[in-house]
Design a protein around this ligand. Structure first.
Ligand code: ADP
Length: 169
């Protein structure tokens, strides 16, 4: 049984087995969640990302996929990096956004993570509307078989929190 919990706050302050990063395909850092994770987690995370780029991920990480690194100085064992789709004028590739949650949980299962914190992937720089992103996030987690015991959505502001709370009823 997976329990879904909601927290309003900063994902880099969570104590969990794995923190999911809304990364970009370069894996070499960006703004938003990505910038915060690298700032607080320290240089080990970026060093791990560079190793991935030099080995199995020469072209970067594809949209909808996920890969793990160390969590550096964060209070977690791993960071799971995933790349959300960009919202385009009038729409977005919803199956790819769902894939971010599913693939991150698959990686979490491979690692043996029991508690996983997710941000609202694609809702920042990638502009996905919050209500729709919350629907996809909650539906996908509820429909994905996983050994993860707690999925914690960590929402940065009250509006994001309300959108997720609405979905969980
Ligand atoms: P994306 O590029 O996938 O849109 P962003 O990092 O720009 O990713 O934003 C994703 C969501 O995370 C946005 O709703 C943003 O407000 C939120 N966010 C930004 N910083 C943090 C943080 N430190 N903790 C939790 N959520 C955050």
């Amino acid at each position: 049984m997976t329990t879904i919990t909601l927290v309003q706050g900063d994902i880099t302050r969570q104590s969990v087995d794995a923190i999911v990063n809304a990364a970009n395909s370069s894996l070499l850092g960006g703004g938003g969640v990505d910038g915060a994770i690298h700032r607080r987690g320290g240089p080990e995370i970026l060093a791990d990302c560079r190793r991935l780029r030099a080995s199995s991920y020469g072209k970067g990480l594809a949209t909808g996929q996920a890969v793990a690194t160390t969590a550096g100085e964060l209070d977690a064992r791993w960071v799971i990096h995933t790349v959300g789709p960009v919202w385009q004028a009038g729409g977005g590739d919803a199956p790819l956004l769902a894939s971010c949650y599913r693939e991150s949980l698959r990686v979490a299962d491979e690692l043996g993570a029991r508690t996983v914190a997710f941000p609202a992937i694609s809702t920042g720089v990638y502009r996905w509307p919050m209500e729709d992103a919350a629907r996809i996030a909650v539906e996908t987690v509820l429909n994905t078989p996983t050994g993860v015991e707690e999925v914690r959505f960590v929402l940065f502001d009250a509006r994001a929190y309300e959108a997720f709370a609405e979905r969980l009823g």
